[in-house]
Design a protein around this ligand. Structure first.
Ligand code: HEC
Length: 113
């Protein structure tokens, strides 16, 4: 019984450590925090407004986003809209690019924690 508890504890700690490490080194995290991402011309990044996933919902399940009275039907469109606001002053990125996939995956993992 005691051995089982020890094995379970080790497994849980290893699982948490692994999950944390994955998020820390996630390629999307770098983009999310990079003020120069997508040709952005100023000091703001996604993280300036979304520190710790603030204001980001469960994007994996969402098919409709209402942002400042405009409706978007994909998280990629929301992200590209953010890119071209004066806050970021960047360029939209290819919706099917690896960068977009990394960013979306990072947002999903942020909320999964
Ligand atoms: C100037 C501040 C600001 C910046 C910079 C910004 N956002 Fe946002 N973002 C917002 C606000 C405000 C909302 C709307 C929140 C709401 O209506 O609940 C939003 C909404 C979103 C949503 C929809 C969340 C949901 O669940 O409906 C996503 C996804 C998102 N932003 C991703 C990003 C990404 C990725 C970046 C960087 C490329 C970024 N944002 C940059 C302010 C910002």
């Amino acid at each position: 019984m005691k051995l089982l508890k020890i094995i379970l504890s080790v497994a849980i700690i290893a699982g948490v450590a692994l999950a944390t490490k994955n998020l820390l080194s996630h390629p999307g995290k770098k983009l999310f925090n990079d003020p120069g991402f997508a040709g952005s011309q100023n000091q703001y990044s996604c993280a300036s407004c979304h520190a710790n996933g603030d204001k980001i919902g469960n994007v994996a399940d969402k098919t409709s986003f209402l942002i400042v009275e405009t409706q978007y039907f994909s998280v990629e469109d929301v992200i590209n809209k953010a890119m071209i606001t004066p806050y970021l002053s960047g360029e939209p990125i290819d919706k099917h690019s690896q960068e977009m996939k990394d960013l979306v995956d990072y947002l999903i993992q942020l909320k999964a924690d």
